[in-house]
Design a protein around this ligand. Structure first.
Ligand code: 5RP
Length: 251
């Protein structure tokens, strides 16, 4: 889809200079076009999803959306939604979610995702696996040939004997040259703690991990693991905002 608006018109002769954040906003606004009154909405986490939550609140206050209920995927998004006056609920009261909109760290051509570099993977996976429709919003920098080939694959683990679990995770992917690292706050000494009171071990692979479903099952079989950041067969739509020459594509 081409985005047509003012300076962003594909026919505009002027060169298109958009920041990464503007691309994220474009993808987010496009996704919010799928929101309808009366829906139960999964509210994502991260700098891209934040734009979607802002937009939903705007439409709500303009009276263009009515009777929506949001289910936030993190305490951060919960705070944002509360501050914007979006009515909230949870999966206990609303076990079926009509639509979730969230960002991702990596997306491949089969719509497999890596999520959780922001640390909210467990709640995101719980809510997004309860969705009828899950729209992923990214800028073009998130597109990859194979998920897991670049950057961290987050795994949420219980704090109890985390080092033992970290070592088991690294050994599991020895064949892929895996290095497992406990996540700290801003790379410092303080251990990063998730909204659920758990830790995150980030897996870095030097080689392809092979079949993603096999890798996923193997991680989940380890006692001490709560969840991982591979989101397989979950996304129903991915909206990518990208600049190609002077054309802005989003679709
Ligand atoms: C948080 C996530 C985010 O969706 C992911 O990290 C993308 O974030 P951003 O939109 O800031 O790039 O999975 O756990």
């Amino acid at each position: 889809l081409s985005i047509e608006s003012g300076a962003m018109s594909p026919s505009s002769p002027s060169p298109l200079i958009l920041t990464q954040d503007e691309l994220k906003k474009i993808a987010a606004y496009k996704a919010v076009e799928f929101v309808q009154s009366g829906m139960v909405l999964g509210l994502g986490t991260g700098s891209t999803a934040k734009h979607a939550v802002d937009r939903i609140a705007d439409l709500l206050h303009q009276g263009k959306l009515k009777n929506i209920v949001g289910i936030p995927t993190s305490t951060k998004t919960h705070k944002q939604a509360v501050s914007l006056g979006i009515p909230l609920s949870d999966l206990n009261s609303h076990p079926v979610v009509d639509l979730a909109i969230d960002g991702a760290d990596e997306v491949d051509s089969n719509l497999n995702l890596v999520k959780g570099r922001g640390g909210s993977l467990l709640r995101e996976k719980m809510i997004e696996s309860a969705c009828k429709k899950f729209i992923v919003i990214v800028d073009e920098s998130k597109l990859v040939a194979h998920v897991g080939a670049s950057g961290a694959m987050p795994v949420e683990v219980v704090p109890f004997c985390w080092k033992f679990t970290q070592d088991r995770l690294q050994n599991l992917f020895d064949y892929a040259g895996c290095v497992a690292k406990l996540r700290t706050d801003n790379g410092g000494e303080k251990i990063f703690v998730t909204d659920n009171g758990n830790y995150i071990v980030d897996l870095f692979f030097k080689k392809d991990i092979g079949d993603l479903k096999v890798a996923s099952d193997a991680i989940l079989r380890l006692a001490g693991v709560v969840e991982h950041g591979m989101f397989l067969d979950m996304a129903t739509t991915v909206i990518v905002a990208e600049v190609e020459g002077s054309l802005l594509n989003c679709g």
